[in-house]
Design a protein around this ligand. Structure first.
Ligand code: C5P
Length: 410
């Protein structure tokens, strides 16, 4: 981070929605946005109409590199007309890893505490379940008023983080509490928020989905993997504070917030992307095709009445390659078996030289491939446990807890 070279940067790839309300301190926000972008965060800005009197949407648009709106209906119209490039307020609310209201005026604080939704900013806040941070800035009388203090108490009780205000000379000429904390302090508060978690600062690389091995320019070999388990693991690792790289084959899943998604097609591409940075924990959840075509046809293959033989060659074993690195990460593999689960899973753990294996019986009607639920038998060098049938996101949380336990014993 630019403000302090000894601080670990936890803001990389974080999605921060900055909600700017109308106080003179809004002039400090472009600097905050600049520093956030420098730290690798993705930033979107929304404003109240009165905030636009203190800093222009254009300024914030230039520093955040994205359009900035103050009007709910203008934003909704832009989102309808350019759905790929502009998010609606609901999409923004879901997109954010964290929302920071800065400066937060007495009026905006009152609106948040009462759950009002009469403009873009308050409506977006109410529609979001993202963690909320509020940085008040106002005249000291307004700050110390019973109404504001009661509202602040309410926000604190709801788990909302209040940053500041600082004391000093205020724009109105008075001296007292009410100054917006400096951008560098806001940056630190944001960084600290993301530093919390048992995996904070730990790099986790996860493979997910199927691979796609081309036959010719229009045909390929693939499998039924949906990517759901890998994406759920990526989300769980992210929630625990990890820096997550998700190397994913073609799936129809949305990019999970705050995750570095690396889309790939073939097993060879997946291997190359994984090897760029296998992280400190590597989880191989992808259903990698075992073979690829020996020769991919350059032109579309023509139909004929005679039989056709395709020559296949084995794909690299990504998990094994990672486990064989000179200083390998903590490696976790998956084993989909149709019988003798424990015997095959343990053998696979041994053969691949990995630290943990999560095995499931494929062919179950209620779990596994392309299902929303899963059940797993998990084995590691010195133990084993069962994770009973649950949603893939619950299973992912439980598996990550086991990974953390064994990883921290290393
Ligand atoms: O050997 P098998 O395919 O049964 O092993 C499954 C485990 O190995 C999974 O974790 C899968 O992601 C990983 N794998 C891999 N590269 C391959 C084949 C499997 O990483 N080519």
């Amino acid at each position: 981070m630019s403000s302090n070279h000894t601080t670990v940067n936890h803001l990389n790839n974080r999605r921060i929605l900055l909600a700017v309300s109308g106080g003179i301190a809004a002039y400090k926000i472009p600097e905050l946005v600049r520093q956030l972008i420098k730290s690798g965060a993705e930033v979107r800005v929304i404003m109240t109409h009165s905030a636009c009197q203190f800093v222009t949407p254009l300024t914030l648009q230039i520093v955040s590199e994205h359009p900035v709106y103050a009007d709910l209906f203008e934003l909704e119209q832009a989102a309808t007309e350019t759905p790929g490039s502009q998010m609606s307020h609901i999409e923004l609310a879901r997109w954010a890893d964290l929302i920071l209201v800065a400066p937060a005026t007495a009026n905006t604080i009152a609106k948040i505490s009462q759950g009002m939704a009469d403009d873009l900013l308050s409506t977006t806040l109410l529609a979001s379940s993202a963690p909320l941070m509020v940085a008040p800035a106002m005249n000291s009388q307004m700050w110390e008023s019973d109404a504001t203090q009661d509202n602040i108490t309410l926000l604190t009780q709801r788990g909302i983080t209040i940053v500041g205000p600082a004391s000093g000379e205020l724009a109105c000429g008075e001296v007292g509490a009410g100054r917006l904390v400096e951008p560098s302090e806001l940056l630190k508060a944001l960084n600290d928020h993301f530093a919390i978690g048992p995996l904070s600062g730990i790099k986790v690389t996860i493979t997910a989905g199927p691979t796609r091995e081309p036959i010719d320019p229009v045909r390929y070999i693939t499998n039924r993997s949906s990517g759901k388990m890998g994406y759920a693991l990526a989300t769980a690792a992210r929630r625990l504070g990890a820096d997550v790289r998700l190397v994913s084959g073609p799936v129809s899943m949305a990019q999970p917030p705050g995750i570095n998604l690396i889309p790939v097609e073939t097993a060879q591409e997946m291997l190359s992307s994984v090897m760029v940075d296998p992280g400190e924990i590597f989880i191989a959840c992808a259903a990698v095709a075992d073979y690829h075509l020996a020769d991919v046809a350059e032109e579309k293959m023509k139909r004929s009445d005679s039989s056709l033989t395709l020559k296949l060659e084995p794909n690299p074993d990504i998990l094994k390659s990672v486990a064989q690195l000179p200083s390998p990460p903590f490696t976790v593999g998956f084993a989909a078996e149709t019988e003798r689960l424990e015997e095959y899973a343990l053998r696979k753990m041994e053969q691949k030289g990995i630290d943990m294996i999560a095995a499931n019986l494929v062919g179950d009607v209620d779990s596994g491939f392309d299902h929303d639920h899963n059940r797993l038998s998990v084995y590691w060098r010195k133990g084993a446990t069962q994770l009973d049938l649950a949603s893939k996101s619950e299973i992912a949380e439980q598996l990550m807890a086991l990974v953390i336990k064994q990883f921290s014993k290393q």
